[in-house]
Design a protein around this ligand. Structure first.
Ligand code: FES
Ligand SMILES: [Fe+2]
Length: 379
């Protein structure tokens, strides 16, 4: 892990160079050095595993199986047969399976990842032992019913990683909380452009004058808090918002009065509102200039605005951001951008970009580190 001292000082109050958003060679490096080292939000357990026992998903550029056995324990494994690397499930999706059977030579695994069947087993060498060939696990931990995966064995626990989030939002999630809406968008920009934008509190009063700004209220009420991997913007809700929305029972004073907007490294945004709405926005890289958004809105149906209203409001807000971020990507691609100064209302972007830089260069040596430094130096 790189010490904070080695983070270039110009990153403290300025932004990353445009080349870090446009160079196609960077994406595999980001998958390896960022996404495979951190906790990644993948969805709500109930929704992920609905009427299935195995869920195949693409995450961090690879395929993972989430399994649920008879006692409801969730586990995650690489979608990869230990014999000769065949995929168990070829397509992402939900599967109702009692075992995982490899399509190549039919090695058979329990949903706990144990090898339980091997055709022609007597023809392997005498020291062949099934227990040497269990499925390769991926760390899976939950906060509430929300599931995260982590490929790194050295990353901290999920609870540690999430910093103040469990304390501040635990009561926003109740037994009545349901997935209300799941929206997907395809955006022609680098994933970091879109995430920088979700962390940008400078543009809200300008670009979201009629959508987000009336909910978040005036800039002079903004409060910031930072953990290692999490940043928070807290704003008291406006009188107008309070007059139109019920308050979820059981929240503490801050929860009743305010709007929590968390950025979670590397690619997630989490909102908590006093009416019990909990919103996850995940930004998945596709190519260097294309990302996909997965927007999940949870809430208590009786307290939440009607679904069509939620859908319309989030679509309008997202469309405003898509226009801006696709434009920024073109600006970076011009090669003419020299990083500008950071406003205090962009502190959360600076926090995220410092982590990106720190993770990208960790473990890099020689030519690859030189190339990365050259990209960053394009100022
Ligand atoms: S590759 Fe799976 S059984 Fe051979
Ligand atoms: Fe925005």
């Amino acid at each position: 892990m790189v010490s904070p001292d080695s983070i270039p000082s110009q990153l403290q109050r300025s932004f990353l160079a445009g080349a870090l958003y446009t160079d196609a060679d960077l994406l595999p490096l980001e998958q390896q050095h960022i996404f495979r080292q951190t906790w990644l939000y993948v969805g709500q357990a109930e929704d992920l595993m609905r009427s299935s026992t195995v869920r195949a998903i693409e995450v961090a550029g690879t395929s993972v199986l989430i399994t649920r056995d008879q006692d409801s324990t969730l586990r995650a494994f690489h979608n990869l047969c230990p014999h000769r690397a065949a995929l168990f499930c070829r397509e992402p999706g939900a599967y109702a399976l009692k075992h995982l059977v490899c399509p190549y030579h039919a090695w058979t695994y329990s949903l706990a990842g144990n090898l339980v069947g091997v055709p022609q087993e007597e023809r392997f060498s005498e020291d062949f032992c099934r227990s040497d060939y269990g499925l390769t696990p991926v760390r899976l931990e939950q906060w509430q019913d929300f599931v995260f995966l982590c490929f790194s064995q050295t990353a901290p626990s999920l609870m540690e990683y999430l910093g103040r989030i469990p304390t501040m939002l635990n009561r926003h999630v109740t037994a009545q909380t349901r997935l209300l809406l799941n929206l997907h968008y395809s955006v022609q920009c680098n994933w970091k452009v879109y995430h920088d934008n979700t962390l940008c509190d400078y543009h809200v009063a300008i670009a979201h004058r009629n959508t987000l700004d009336p909910v978040q209220g005036p800039v002079d009420r903004y409060e910031y808090e930072f953990d290692e991997f999490v940043n928070l913007l807290y704003t008291p809700t406006t009188k107008e918002w309070r007059s139109q929305n019920p308050i979820l029972a059981g929240l503490d004073e801050r929860g009743r009065e305010g709007f929590f907007t968390f950025g979670i490294f590397p690619n997630v945004h989490l909102l908590g509102l006093p009416n019990g709405l909990v919103v996850w926005l995940r930004i998945d890289p596709v190519t260097v200039n294309h990302c996909r958004l997965n927007l999940e809105i949870y809430g208590v149906p009786e307290l939440s605005p009607p679904i069509d209203e939620l859908s319309r409001d989030f679509a309008a807000l997202t469309q405003e951001d898509i226009v801006i971020t696709e434009g920024v990507q073109k600006g970076y691609a011009s090669g003419m951008y020299r990083p500008g100064p950071a406003n205090q209302l962009e502190d959360r972007i600076v926090h995220q970009q410092r982590l990106i830089w720190k993770y990208l260069q960790t473990g890099l040596q020689g030519d690859r580190l030189t190339v990365l430094n050259e990209m960053k130096a394009l100022k």
